[in-house]
Design a protein around this ligand. Structure first.
Ligand SMILES: [Zn+2]
Length: 443
């Protein structure tokens, strides 16, 4: 068996209990799980043979949970910017995807995204993309934890021809990863407007049978709500309720267009909201009423969305943006305090992914998914309150060490399993191919 690890940082923020900051404490890891949190001397006495990791001036927090992304889209970062969502999607992203997306593309893009996320303190991500088999395989190889979305969308792609094939391939992949220690699967119907009624009803039933989460873009823009009213004479959430989709299984991403009664509806059904503030800002989609959702008792997690609409997978940036726009939108500077935002990026994300029994806080028995952040830099000194510093002053460049299930995947700001240089070279090769084709009039 591996040696125990004893980590003695400047501070530990376990996230549960809320807002607790421990000083002079150590955390002991045994066989990939958190064994104990105790005063340093006591932990050292009880675990004299442990490998000791002293991190003075650093704060240890639970690994960040990126509750929504499209990892492979890292290869489209910066391809089409400064456009309205519908145009961005229909004229640029979907055509590029139909031309370029392949198993190799998804493997390379996903590996790039995972490297970026690990270096930025993300230990678990929820993904939605084509070739989820490649996402699952790549995530498993890289040692990161994931909820791999079994995508369903009403058009043919290189991954599947029709709804029937999307569902069948998804079910087969779920079966393949049923007992994997790091990879879980969930349904990922793209959006209410891109998946027909029968398929949505079927997904609700099968998710219940297989005990799976369902991640879906919901009410991202005003235009999609208007179109639903015109074409179907109902708002998207009325339709989802009619089809049995509203439940604690649902991770509803974006939610920038909500009536007061819809907030009550979401709360009543225990739906999880996934807030992607930077994507919403960049695509001018609107503002998710986070304060109102939280007041109604709705679990709100944080996601970066894909690199084509953000353009980074930086959960530190997302935490800070979420905190700042919540204040501006609600007109209340006490809205989304630092501790609350950190919970959204950790335990509330874990809850949305139905993984809170395993991750999201530094509690004995949970998996040792942890991040050390250096608060010794000029831009993070002096430290009055490490929690506040994490959200308002620190950045992902301050992440020094990252563990997933007790395995150190980032050591002294460097990836231990992945070769960042090789990843960058492969992505540059993809960019060259995509650019060359863009210029070729025969394409
Ligand atoms: Zn998305």
């Amino acid at each position: 068996m591996d040696r125990d690890i004893l980590i003695a940082p400047g501070w530990i923020i376990p996230v549960e209990p809320h807002d607790q900051v421990l000083e002079h404490h150590a955390l002991v890891v045994r066989a990939g799980r958190i064994e104990t949190l105790a005063p340093v001397a006591e932990a050292a006495r009880a675990h004299p043979d442990a490998e000791r990791v002293d991190l003075p001036g650093e704060v240890l927090i639970p690994g960040l949970v990126n509750a929504h992304t499209h990892a492979a889209m890292n290869l489209f970062r910066g391809l089409a910017d400064d456009l309205p969502l519908e145009q961005w999607l229909a004229r640029h992203i979907w055509p590029a995807e139909s031309r370029w997306v392949s198993p190799e593309f998804v493997r390379d893009g996903t590996r790039h995204a995972i490297a970026e996320m690990l270096l930025g303190g993300v230990t678990c991500f929820s993904d939605m993309y084509f070739f989820p088999d490649q996402v699952a395989r790549t995530a498993a190889e890289c040692g990161i934890r994931s909820l791999v979305g079994l995508i369903v969308i009403d058009f043919a792609s290189p991954w599947a021809r029709d709804i029937g094939e999307y569902l069948a391939k998804g079910a087969a992949l779920h079966d393949e990863y049923r007992n994997h220690p790091l990879v879980r699967t969930g349904f990922a119907p793209h959006a209410p407007y891109s998946v027909p009624d029968e398929a949505l009803a079927r997904i609700a039933t099968v998710a219940e049978e297989l005990d799976l989460q369902i991640v879906m873009h919901v009410n991202e823009t005003a235009a999609e709500v208007e179109r639903s009213l015109e074409e179907r004479h109902e708002r998207p959430l009325e339709r989802l309720q009619r089809l049995g989709l509203l439940s604690p299984r649902l991770m509803a991403v974006h939610l920038t267009q909500l009536l007061d009664r819809e907030i009550e509806q979401l709360a009543h059904h225990g739906v999880n909201a996934i807030h992607c503030p930077e994507s919403n800002l960049k695509l001018a989609s609107g503002f998710c009423p986070v304060q109102a959702l939280k007041r109604a008792g709705i679990n709100v997690a944080l996601g970066t969305d894909g690199a084509a609409s953000n353009n980074d997978l930086d959960m530190f940036g997302e935490m800070r943006t979420a905190a700042l726009i919540a204040k501006a939108v609600s007109g209340d500077s006490s809205a989304l305090a630092a501790g609350e935002v950190l919970r959204m990026a950790t335990i509330d994300g874990a809850r949305a992914l139905a993984m809170s029994e395993l991750i999201g806080s530094l509690v004995p028995g949970k998996a040792a998914d942890m991040v050390a952040v250096d608060l010794g830099g000029l831009h993070t000194q002096p430290v009055y309150d490490p929690l506040s510093q994490l959200v308002y002053a620190a950045g992902r460049g301050d992440v020094t060490h990252v563990w997933v299930a007790g395995r150190r995947l980032v050591r002294d700001r460097r990836l231990t399993l992945l070769d960042a240089g090789a990843i960058v070279n492969r992505s540059a090769a993809w960019r060259a191919r995509i650019r060359a084709a863009d210029r070729d009039p025969r394409r």
